[in-house]
Design a protein around this ligand. Structure first.
Ligand code: PLP
Length: 411
C-alpha cells in the first residue's frame, strides 16, 4: 500500500496568483534595492482595527482570564449575541428577517466560499463570471468538478460567463444548463455592480432552473449608489435559491483578525438522487459542526463592536478613506487617458491596459517604471486579459504617490 494523493490537485494551476506576484516583486526588489515599491495589488487593508473594536476585543480577552467568565469551545455556528446583532443591523433595516439559525459565523468568507461546494454532488455544473475571485474555481477543481484546464485558460467542465467592457460587465445568463452559480457583487476583481433588476434576472433563472446561487457580498459596505442591492435577499424569492457570504475583513480591518458570516436560509433546498428534497441549512450546520470549532470569543465580541454607534462611525471613516483613494485613482488614470471601471461602489479599480497590451506587460511596466504593483487581470480568468486591478486599500499618501508616478509615464 502507498498513500495516494488527491489527483485533482494536479489539475490546479501551479500557484496561487498572489504568490506568483509576490515572487516577482521580491525578485525585482532584490535587483533594485533602492526602489520604493507601492503595493496596490493584493486586497489587504492598511488601516488598523477601529478603537471600539479594540476596546471590546481587550475586554473579552480579560474575561478569558477569570474562572467565572472564561469560555472554552463556543457554538460552532457562532455566539447568538453576534448573530442577532448581525441580523438586526445588516438585514432587518433592508426589510429582511432571518432566524438566528440561518446565520453561521466563521473565520472568513474565503473558507466559506471555498467550503460550501462540499454540500453539492460532484456532478453539478458550476458557473462563474469571468474574471473571478479564484477561490470559487480552485475549490471546485480540488473537489473534482472542473475537468482539465484547456489551452484557452478555462477548465473544461466549468461554465465561464464573461464580464467585460463589451457587455458593460453585465453577465448574461448561461446558454447551457448549470446547477451552481457563483456571483460576487460589488465584484472582485472588476469593482462593478448589478442593479436590483439585473440581479433579479439571476434569482428568477435560479428559481426556474432549480439552480443555487452562491452570492458573495464581501464588499457590500462600499456601495455608495442607490438601487444597488446590499443583500441578494432584497430580491423576491432569493431565499429559495441563494446563500450569502459576508466578511468583516475589508470593512473593519479584520483581514488578520478573521471573522465573517454565511447566511443559509431554511427554505433553501436541493435534491438527492431519488428526487427527494434536501435542505441546505441543516446540511451546512452538520458540515460546520463536523469540521469547524467556531471563531474565538474575543474575536466575536470585537466583531459585535462594529455595530455599536461608535463602531459604525469608525467604520464609515474607514470606508470614506478608502473610497477617497478609489476616486483619486480613477481621476488620475482617466486624466492620462486610461479607461477605468469600478471604484465607485467598491475599493477595486479595473483598468483597461493601454494600447491593448496584455495584463502582465502592463504589470511589468508599472512595476519597472513606477514601482507600483497591480494585479494582472488575466490572473482572474481569461476574460481578465487586457486589464489590471488596482486596490484603494493603501494609505492616502502612498496612493497619491503612486498616481503621481503613473501620471508621469508615457503610456
Ligand atoms: N470574497 C471575496 C470576493 C474577496 O475578495 C475576499 C478577499 O479578498 C474574500 C471573500 C475573503 O474574505 P475573508 O478575509 O473573510 O476570508
Amino acid at each position: 500500500m502507498v498513500a495516494k494523493v488527491n489527483e485533482y490537485f494536479k489539475l490546479i494551476e501551479n500557484n496561487y496568483l498572489f504568490v506568483d506576484i509576490a515572487k516577482k516583486v521580491d525578485e525585482y526588489q532584490k535587483e533594485n534595492p533602492s526602489a520604493e515599491i507601492i503595493k496596490m495589488g493584493i486586497g489587504d487593508v492598511t488601516r488598523p482595527l477601529p478603537k471600539s473594536v479594540i476596546k471590546a476585543f481587550k475586554a473579552a480577552v480579560d474575561e478569558m482570564a477569570d474562572y467565572e467568565s472564561f469560555r472554552g469551545y463556543g457554538p460552532e455556528q457562532g455566539y447568538a449575541f453576534l448573530i442577532d446583532t448581525i441580523i438586526e443591523n445588516d438585514y432587518n433595516p433592508l426589510g429582511i428577517s432571518l432566524d438566528t439559525s440561518e446565520v453561521f459565523v466563521s473565520d472568513g468568507a474565503k473558507c466559506d466560499t471555498g467550503n460550501f461546494q462540499e454540500l453539492f454532488s460532484k456532478d453539478n455544473v458550476i458557473a462563474v463570471t469571468d474574471p473571478v475571485y479564484p477561490v470559487y474555481i480552485d475549490s471546485n477543481v480540488i473537489a473534482g468538478r472542473s475537468g482539465k484546464l484547456s489551452d484557452n485558460g478555462e477548465y473544461e467542465n466549468i461554465v465561464y460567463i464573461p464580464t467585460t467592457k463589451e457587455n458593460g460587465f453585465i453577465p448574461s445568463l448561461p446558454d447551457v444548463p448549470v446547477d451552481i452559480i457563483y456571483l460576487c457583487y460589488p465584484n472582485n476583481p472588476t469593482g462593478t455592480t448589478l442593479t436590483k433588476d439585473q440581479l433579479k434576472v439571476w434569482v428568477d433563472y435560479a428559481r426556474e432552473n432549480k439552480a443555487i446561487i452562491l452570492y458573495d457580498v464581501a464588499y457590500e459596505a462600499f456601495i455608495t449608489e442607490n438601487n444597488i442591492p446590499h443583500s441578494i435577499y432584497e430580491i423576491d424569492g432569493a431565499k429559495e435559491v441563494a446563500v450569502e457570504f459576508k466578511s468583516f475583513s475589508k470593512v473593519a480591518g479584520f483581514t488578520g483578525t478573521r471573522c465573517a458570516y454565511t447566511v443559509v436560509p431554511k427554505e433553501l433546498k436541493v435534491e438527492d438522487e431519488d428526487g427527494n428534497d434536501v435542505y441546505l441549512n441543516p446540511l451546512w450546520n452538520r458540515r460546520q459542526s463536523t469540521k469547524f470549532n467556531g471563531v474565538s470569543y474575543p474575536v466575536q465580541r470585537a466583531a459585535q463592536a462594529i455595530y455599536t454607534l461608535e463602531g459604525k462611525k469608525e467604520i464609515l471613516e474607514n470606508i470614506e478613506y478608502y473610497m477617497k483613494n478609489a476616486s483619486i485613482i480613477r481621476e488620475n488614470l482617466e486624466k492620462i487617458g486610461l479607461t477605468v471601471y469600478g471604484g465607485v461602489n467598491s475599493p477595486y479599480i479595473w483598468v483597461k491596459t493601454p494600447k491593448d497590451m496584455d495584463s502582465w506587460s502592463f504589470f511589468d511596466i508599472l512595476l519597472d517604471k513606477a514601482h507600483v504593483v497591480g494585479t494582472p487581470g488575466v490572473g482572474f480568468g481569461p476574460s481578465g486579459e487586457g486589464y489590471l486591478r488596482l486596490t484603494a486599500f493603501n494609505t492616502l499618501k502612498n496612493t497619491k504617490k503612486a498616481m503621481d508616478r503613473i501620471s508621469k509615464l508615457d503610456i
